[in-house]
Design a protein around this ligand. Structure first.
Ligand SMILES: Cc1cc2nc3c(=O)[nH]c(=O)nc-3n(C[C@H](O)[C@H](O)[C@H](O)COP(=O)(O)OP(=O)(O)OC[C@H]3O[C@@H](n4cnc5c(N)ncnc54)[C@H](O)[C@@H]3O)c2cc1C
Length: 453
């Protein structure tokens, strides 16, 4: 190493990358290291509130936390890493059409995940995800547009058939993305239904499909059953142990043989690690980059990984019969804490503090079902209804990593209860930009890079 300060490069400004840098900028004495963040956007996206953006409750910008303001000691490079050379200790950064090499002494890979796709005909073209602001804003406009179009259909056989397709929403994946979107969107439409002449929220058919036998399995069977009960009581057609066989622009064929006419297919069937990981030539588990318990990547000195993209042994979970522990779940909570842990361990490698393995027992998840309904499991305590709703909102306000964003989101919730609901269509996202590959920028890693199921 030369006499210059060590350069720590972090790839991805989400929960893990942000918290790694936040720790390092606080812990390291000024001038002792150069901190660089490579990420495509100048904000951390608070993704747990994306369903609220897609239903107009929370303004899109309010869940975007300014990286420049929160990471003042960090040099921000707006671009995407397309490759890593562990021998030369460089990363390739694509900014627009230009690719540049950037050297590192420590490299932290936290590029997160993308919507998991399976090789199902029609899904890449016709399904929409909910992992980015572009997708959330598009979904909201798309729903409004479908109801506007349905309202204007003539009362002919053809018009009635088209209307039925426009008024049907199919969501695949009964985890937090699919479940929260369906539950919240349904409540939202009941609040704005007077916008239409002859269409009411109750005319919309909601179908929630999952291969698993339960809704919200992350929250355990009791809360999952409660959420299922809430959805079914509201008329949502929940089809478990069922998947999608194919899709086109006007219908979805399910594996149980049913064909459902629809022009809205939300794909929330889990996540896969960023395609960046697959191209590294390093060991992976279920597509995630294998790390040691201290979040370092074996065999490459100075390489670290955390968050959704990393396979981190869960020291708080019991080992299986072969003595193998599962990996930590891809949640914001783990990503956030792994970010801080990797920051601490890099600081220790630079001579400041002591390294520790990552160990954290998940404090539980929350899911907002719209209106006064929610399910939450803080510290193992099962909550439902208005109490769970309060806990859910409190949790988000606590975890949002900037006071300005907390105040804005809190104000959105307050105004939502005292002002007429937002119902305008912004039409700022083109349909082609909302496709899974475009919205989640998977094409930059090459044609075969999107991991299938
Ligand atoms: C709709 C929705 C609801 C959710 N609800 C919850 C919840 O209630 N509770 C919970 O715990 N978790 C929830 N999650 C999951 C949670 O958001 C993720 O687990 C978390 O964001 C993972 O953090 P991360 O830092 O690994 O990745 P991310 O937060 O996704 O950050 C990855 C960052 O890397 C950037 N990036 C990607 N590729 C590159 C590249 N090649 N070069 C440079 N930068 C790159 C991305 O732009 C992004 O900034 C939800 C997710 C979604 C989509």
């Amino acid at each position: 190493m030369t006499g210059r300060p060590a350069r720590v490069v972090v790839v991805g400004g989400g929960f893990a990358g942000f918290n790694a840098l936040r720790y390092l900028q606080r812990r390291l004495p000024p001038g002792s290291a150069e901190l660089v963040l490579v990420t495509p956007d100048d904000y951390l996206l608070y993704s747990p509130l994306l369903p609220e953006v897609a239903t107009g409750v929370v303004e899109a910008r309010h869940i975007a936390v300014s990286l420049r303001r929160r990471l003042r000691r960090v040099r921000l490079v707006l671009g995407r890493v397309t490759g890593v050379d562990p021998a030369a200790r460089t990363v390739s950064v694509r900014r627009g059409q230009v690719t540049q090499e950037l050297a590192w002494d420590h490299l932290v890979l936290t590029p997160g995940s993308i919507t998991r796709q399976f090789e199902i005909p029609g899904v890449p073209e016709h399904a929409r995800g909910l992992k980015t602001l572009v997708e959330a804003v598009y979904l909201r406009d798309h729903l409004l547009e479908q109801l506007d179009l349905a309202d204007a259909q003539p009362d002919t056989e053809e018009g009635r058939a088209a209307r039925a397709e426009m008024l049907t929403v199919v969501a695949v994946g009964a985890g937090y993305t699919g479940t929260e979107f369906v539950a919240q969107a349904q409540r939202w439409l009941t609040r704005i239904e007077r916008r239409w002449d002859r269409t009411r929220a109750s005319d919309v058919r909601w179908v929630l499909v999952d291969v698993a036998p339960a809704v919200l399995p992350e929250l355990g069977p009791q809360l999952g059953d409660h959420a299922l009960g809430v959805l079914r009581a509201r008329g949502v057609d929940v089809r478990l142990e069922t998947s999608v066989a194919s899709a086109d622009d006007a219908a979805v064929v399910l594996t149980d043989g049913t064909t459902i006419g629809t022009r809205t297919l939300l794909w929330g069937a889990g996540v896969a690690a960023s395609p960046l990981v697959a191209g590294l030539g390093l060991p992976t588990r279920r597509g995630r980059l294998v790390t040691r318990t201290d979040l370092s990547v074996p065999d490459v000195e100075g390489l670290w990984a955390a968050g959704d993209a990393a396979a981190v042994p869960d020291l708080a979970a019991d080992p299986d019969d072969d003595g193998v522990r599962p990996d930590t779940q891809p949640t914001a909570q783990h990503a956030q804490r792994q970010g801080t842990a990797v920051g601490r361990n890099i600081a220790a490698a630079l001579g400041h503090g002591t390294a520790r393995p990552y160990r954290h027992r998940d404090l539980g998840l929350v899911a907002d079902l719209g209106g006064l309904d929610a399910v939450a499991r803080p510290l193992g305590i099962r909550l439902t209804g208005p109490v769970a709703k309060l806990v859910t909102r409190g949790y988000h306000l606590l975890v949002l990593p900037a006071t300005a964003n907390r105040v804005r989101v809190g104000a959105d919730w307050l105004f939502q209860s005292i002002l007429p609901p937002e119902e305008t269509q912004l039409s700022v996202v083109r349909e082609e930009d909302a496709r899974l590959a475009a919205a989640q920028a998977t094409a930059i890693y090459g044609p075969s890079s999107v991991p299938a199921g």
